[in-house]
Design a protein around this ligand. Structure first.
Ligand SMILES: [Zn+2]
Length: 121
């Protein structure tokens, strides 16, 4: 399992800046990578192409810093639904980001309809 070097949002930005937009083939820029949420060891980012405006999608990225598995702390603002959905998942690696990338790349242009409506800037 690969882990985020340094486990920082900056590392995640650098990771996505090595990826190119599937619509215009330009590399993603740091400005297009927004941190939506940060939890201990987990970042939720939205990646959008700054050149053509196409979204790559929302990715949940783990900053794996050898967190203890036995003591799993849930963020206090998580709802019960969040906890049920997320707490049983294994620690997230960059491989999951790649999987998310593949997943989002297969969705049609209306994929955002499937996301909860919140903080849509
Ligand atoms: Zn683009």
């Amino acid at each position: 399992m690969r882990q985020v070097p340094g486990g920082s949002f900056q590392a995640i930005q650098e990771y996505f800046q090595q990826k190119s937009c599937r619509y215009c083939s330009n590399l993603f820029s740091a400005e297009g990578i927004k941190l939506l949420r940060e939890e201990p060891g987990v970042f939720v980012v939205r990646v959008t192409c700054q050149c053509c405006g196409h979204p790559l999608g929302v990715a949940i990225v783990g900053a794996a810093n050898n967190q203890s598995k036995k003591e799993k702390k849930l963020p206090p603002e998580w709802t019960r639904k969040d906890a049920n959905r997320l707490s049983s998942l294994p620690p997230i690696s960059f491989d999951d980001v790649l999987a998310a990338h593949e997943f989002f790349s297969q969705l049609d242009a209306g994929w955002q309809r499937h996301l909860p409506q919140q903080n849509q800037a």
